[in-house]
Design a protein around this ligand. Structure first.
Ligand SMILES: [Zn+2]
Length: 368
């Protein structure tokens, strides 16, 4: 239960980790490896200023990176350049060093927008990437919605050609390092049957069709996964929005419940439909938002109406948006680039560390 969450002040080392995370992103020098705890699945929600980059490190130190932020200086127009000064790839490198890993075993690119895969080309020069997972080529029309997508995709395909490429369909299961990642959606298609088997359960919170996608070409093609480590469940749907997002929990809930939900599309208004929150019942929800991207008022409000605790990578300046408490926000402005780190145990308990303050919040194992 969220109300039973116990907030404890992190030890000095945790505070140092938080501070060094912010500093390391600006000065990409070698730094000590504080490492992961044995027996935990560690998840770093890396600040890529409103894009996505989420690093999962399993108890056996196998790594899965979900998206790689922007290229270069971090805009939709940025081109891949010198990896030594590439903002987001350097932030990912800092998280990898903190976790004590030296390569990316599995890179999942949820979809082909520059805020999710722009950083791949530079990152591949900083850390070897063993396997690429994606939904297959973007629609030829993708450039019309987000100019530059196809040029970036060609550069990506050239890097991908040097490694293993996997293109899983909805319903496929990836399994490695003690975790299971079930593919819920990809390339516009979604699960047809409930994830955990058993009967279909109608979701009474479904509205008439959900919320339309803000971008209708690539976002709805996002590869969405649910990661399981023992009893712990984490849901990351990328920028899935529109009908494929709605289909996961309406008219029936096909994806069961999850402890942690990285909110669709950075917490944009097209991720605000109550049907998913009602079905998945996350204990906490995380916004990988920027100062003015994602974390829009309808989604923050919907979350609050369900009593779900929210965590934000950035304080949002969006009109009408009511921020979560500062203790639940990694970056109060753009002068820092702290991550949110989550360490989950197989019993379903987990600890969330605010990288800016080092403060840790413990969520005990659920009763279920
Ligand atoms: Zn995005």
């Amino acid at each position: 239960m969220t109300r039973s969450a116990v907030r404890t002040l992190g030890v000095v080392t945790a505070a140092l980790i938080g501070i060094s995370a912010a500093v390391a992103a600006k000065t990409p020098a070698p730094r000590p490896q504080s490492g992961t705890q044995s027996g935990t699945l560690d998840i770093y929600f890396i600040d890529v200023e409103g894009g996505q980059s989420t690093l999962l490190v399993t108890p056996t130190k196998e790594s899965m990176l979900i998206d790689a932020g922007f290229a270069g200086d971090g805009t939709f127009n940025s081109k891949p350049g010198d990896p030594a000064v590439a903002r987001d790839p350097q932030r990912i490198l800092a998280a990898a060093r903190d976790a004590g890993i030296a390569r990316i075993d599995h890179l999942l690119v949820t979809h082909f927008h520059a805020d999710h895969f722009g950083g791949v080309m530079e990152l591949s020069q900083l850390l070897p990437i063993r396997e690429f997972i994606d939904h297959g080529p973007p629609s030829a029309a993708a450039d019309s919605a987000v100019p530059g997508t196809m040029a970036l995709y060609q550069a990506y395909a050239a890097v991908r050609a040097k490694a293993v490429h996997r293109q899983p369909k909805a319903g496929e299961r990836l399994q490695f390092g003690g975790i299971i990642a079930d593919v819920l959606a990809s390339d516009g298609t979604t699960l047809h049957t409930p994830l955990d088997g058993g009967p279909r359960v109608a979701n009474s919170a479904c509205t008439s069709g959900g919320v339309p996608a803000q971008e209708k070409l690539e976002n709805p093609n996002s590869t969405a996964v649910r990661v399981q480590f023992g009893k712990f469940r984490f849901l990351d749907v990328g920028d899935l929005s529109g009908p494929p997002l709605y289909a996961l929990t309406c008219p029936d809930n096909l994806i069961a419940q999850a402890d942690v939900y990285l909110i669709a599309h950075h917490g944009g208004a097209d991720g605000s439909d109550p049907s998913l929150f009602a079905a998945v019942k996350p204990r906490i929800a995380i916004f990988n938002n920027g100062a003015r991207k994602g974390a829009q008022e309808p989604t923050l409000t919907a979350l609050r109406s369900f009593g779900i605790e929210g965590w934000q990578l950035h304080k949002t300046a969006n009109p009408g948006a009511v921020n979560n408490a500062d203790a639940h926000i990694a970056n109060l402005d753009q002068s820092t680039s702290a991550w949110i780190k989550l360490s989950a145990r197989a019993d379903g308990s987990f600890v969330v560390t605010n990288g800016r303050t080092g403060e840790r919040t413990t969520y005990p194992a659920p009763a279920r």
